[in-house]
Structure formats: structure tokens, C-alpha cells
Write a protein that binds this ligand. Structure first.
Ligand code: PMP
Ligand code: GLU
Length: 397
């Protein structure tokens, strides 16, 4: 019988998107669900960015764009990297893609051969491991917990490296934990990686602007690793543009060229209209970014306070992104109405079905004792969602 390839059969469904879809299905049935599963800003795209997109349509930006993106956008990205991050890249080193998601996947596909290992500190975003699978590589997970603020130590990194290690994927601020590596912590990791010049560092910086502790630090600032860092970023989170699908990488030229070749056969250039909008985002007023950051910070404080009051939750105070990631093992093994909660995925399903709050179990992030709530939503939703979570969890005995 005809069937899908082993590659696709072995690929997991994106749990973040799946939980969000389940939440939408329940909503369509008339259930009042609060969706804290998918991580995306609840704000509308700022007006000046929308205006640039409308103008692009009127000016007939309706043809194929160059595969790596319009030169004007790639230059705007270089300017952003120089002024905000103190990093110099040539526009030729910038490749625009369909979201940061494609940029990470491009990087993985362009450097990983079958059997190669990719180091992934966990808790980690759901898609990294699956991207490595697509490249027929092997993920080498470094586990961390709340007691170390979910950050790997240089010793853990050193211990994970072996002759098969081809790349590492770092993300700061992190999804799902919100943790941020300080400059000195990044330097310590760079000092370890400096000893292994064959390892490519994929640095996912999509949450750069959702940072509550100060200046964004990129591992690319350290000269001893700089020539093998692939920075991934995009407009989805900072400018509330998740649906526009526009991300990019700034990479060593050989990787940028490889990604352009891959995209040329696979997707072509990203949406012409989204690119013009992204150009406006980078070259326009940055006040909107700051306003959204402030709102997220207020909500972070609110949800941390409310979640900390829930029995059995251990909550840390995330320094960035828009997720909390409480330890919830207290509830594993407990039951309600004859149903036992075996895993954090069961717990997330229980909260959705019984409490009408959508979230994502930690298993999908390689952290089975945790559960993720996105707080990119209104204060009212946060308050009501945490009330429901508290009430629903109290039913478990
Ligand atoms: N990296 C991380 C850590 C993310 O959380 C996301 C959000 N989906 C992405 C990359 C992808 O972002 P984009 O929407 O730009 O594809
Ligand atoms: N980054 C978001 C999340 O983790 C969006 C969904 C996804 O692409 O995984 O929820």
C-alpha cells in the first residue's frame, strides 16, 4: 500500500501548533477557551508597517523576489545588526526566509550530514529536534532544570562535545523557559566552543527584543567563534508579525550561499510584500517594539505572581520571551474521575478539557516535569486562566 516516507512518518507533529489547533477547535464548538499554548504576540502589526505593505502592493511588488531577499531588506538587516548588536555583516551574508523557522531549518540542512550530532540544550523549542531528524542527524540533548535557571554550564557543554558534533543550537532569550544567557555566561560557552573550530553555532535570537534585563547579547560578539556563528532572527516576535512569515539569518558566507541554493530549489524567495513590510519594520520608528516589551514585562510579573500561588507549581522568574515554565511533577500520578495524569502532556490535555485553558506539556520541549504557558495575551485572560488552572488542578487527588 502507498505510504508516506519514513522521514515523514518519523517526524513528530509540532505540539505547540497542535495544542493551539485543539484550542481553536474547542472554541469553534462554542467553548470559552483561553489559549496560552502557541507563542505569538497578541498585538496587531504596527500601522506604519502595514502601510508599507499596502504601498508595496500598489507599487507592484508582485514578482518573484531574489531568492535570498531584496537587497534593500538585507541592507536594512545589516544596519540593524551594526547599530543594535555591534556586528558587521555584508548584505550577501543575510538570507531572508519564510520565518525564523525556515532559517533555523535551512542552517541545519546545510551543515548536518547523516549521523552528525547537533547539541541541543533542553528544555528546547519543539522544532529543533525534528529539524535535525529531517537532516538525518542526531540530537544530543543537554538537560537542565529550574535549579540552574535552565542554562547549560560550560562543563556540561564540554562533556557533550565529541568527534561527531557538527553544530549546537543556542536560543537566548529562550523558548520555552524565558531564560537569558548573560554576556559572561555566553563568553564561557564561546571559550569552550573556541577549542572545537569545526562546530557551527546556530544562535536563535528571535526573542531578542523581548528582554526584561537589559541589552541583548549575541554569542557572535566573541571573536574566537565569530566566523562560525549563524544568527537567526526575524520580525515575528519583535514587531508582532507572526503571520507575515519573514525571518532571516546572518551567517558565514559559505553557509549563506548554501542556504540560498537550498531555498532556490525549495521555496524561492520569501513573500515580496512581507519583505517590504519587514524593511519598514527595521528602518522605521522602534517605539512600538519598546511598548510591546513593556506590556510583556507587566504581564510576566502578573503571571509569575499568580502561578506561584498555585499549589505544587515551582515557578522561576523568566528574564525574557513570553512564557512561564513551571515545574509541575507534583501533579503527575494524580487522578480525577478515574483518569490518571501520567505525563505533562496529559496534564496539558486535562487543563484544556477540564479547565478550558490551552497550554503545552513539557514533554514536547524535552522537559517532562514542566508545563508551558504563553502570556502573550491580555491581563484579563492571564488572571482568568490562572484562576481556572488553580481550580482545575485542585481536582486532582
Ligand atoms: N525560534 C524559536 C525559539 C521560536 O519560538 C519560534 C517561534 N515560532 C521560531 C524560532 C520561529 O519563528 P517564526 O515565526 O519567525 O518562524
Ligand atoms: N514559537 C511559537 C511557540 O513555540 C510558535 C509556534 C511554533 O512555531 O512552534 O509556540
Amino acid at each position: 500500500m502507498a505510504q508516506v516516507s519514513t522521514r515523514i512518518a518519523n517526524l513528530a507533529v509540532s505540539e505547540t501548533l497542535a495544542m493551539s489547533q485543539k484550542s481553536d477547535e474547542l472554541k469553534a464548538q462554542g467553548v470559552n477557551v483561553i489559549n496560552l499554548s502557541v507563542g505569538e504576540p497578541d498585538f496587531y502589526t504596527p500601522d506604519h508597517i502595514k502601510a508599507a505593505a499596502k504601498k508595496a502592493i500598489d507599487e507592484n511588488f508582485s514578482f518573484y523576489s531574489p531568492v535570498p531577499g531584496y537587497m534593500s531588506l538585507r541592507k536594512a538587516v545589516c544596519k540593524k545588526l551594526e547599530t543594535e548588536n555591534g556586528l558587521r555583516f555584508k548584505p550577501q551574508q543575510v538570507i531572508c526566509s519564510n520565518g525564523a523557522k525556515q532559517a533555523v531549518c535551512n542552517a541545519v540542512l546545510c551543515v548536518v550530514d547523516p549521523g552528525d550530532e547537533v547539541i541541543i540544550p533542553a528544555p528546547c523549542w519543539v522544532s529543533y529536534i525534528e529539524m535535525v531528524k529531517l537532516a538525518e542527524g542526531k540530537s544530543h540533548i543537554i538537560h537542565t532544570g529550574i535549579e540552574q535557571d535552565f542554562k547549560i554550564s560550560p562543563a556540561q557543554l564540554e562533556a557533550a562535545i565529541n568527534p561527531k558534533t557538527k553544530a549546537i543550537i543556542l536560543v537566548s532569550p529562550s523558548n520555552p523557559t524565558g531564560s537569558i544567557y548573560s554576556k559572561s555566561e555566553l563568553k564561557a560557552l564561546a571559550d569552550v566552543l573556541a577549542k572545537y573550530p569545526e562546530i557551527i553555532i546556530i544562535s536563535d535570537e528571535i526573542y531578542e527584543h523581548i528582554n526584561y534585563v537589559g541589552k541583548h547579547e549575541s554569542i557572535a560578539q566573541f571573536e574566537n567563534v565569530r566566523d562560525r556563528v549563524v544568527i537567526v532572527n526575524g520580525v515575528s516576535k519583535a514587531y508582532a508579525m507572526t503571520g507575515w512569515r519573514l525571518g532571516w539569518m546572518a551567517a558565514p558566507q559559505w553557509i549563506a550561499s548554501a542556504c540560498s541554493k537550498l531555498q532556490g530549489q525549495y521555496t524561492s524567495g520569501a513573500s515580496s510584500i512581507a519583505q517590504k513590510a519587514a524593511e519598514a519594520a527595521y528602518s522605521g520608528d522602534q517605539q512600538c517594539v519598546e511598548e510591546m516589551r513593556e506590556a510583556f514585562m507587566r504581564r510576566r510579573d502578573l503571571i509569575v505572581k499568580l502561578a506561584s500561588e498555585i499549589e505544587g507549581f515551582k515557578v522561576n522568574k523568566p528574564e525574557g520571551a513570553f512564557y512561564i515554565f513551571p515545574e509541575c511533577s507534583y501533579y503527575l500520578g494524580k487522578s480525577y474521575n478515574g483518569k490518571t495524569i501520567g505525563t505533562s502532556a496529559d496534564l496539558a490535555m486535562f487543563l484544556l478539557e477540564e479547565g478550558h485553558v490551552a497550554c503545552v506539556g513539557g514533554l514536547a520541549f524535552e522537559a517532562p516535569d514542566y508545563i508551558r504557558f504563553s502570556y502573550a495575551t491580555s491581563d484579563e485572560n492571564i488572571i482568568e486562566a490562572m484562576r481556572r488552572v488553580k481550580e482545575t488542578l485542585a481536582k486532582l487527588k
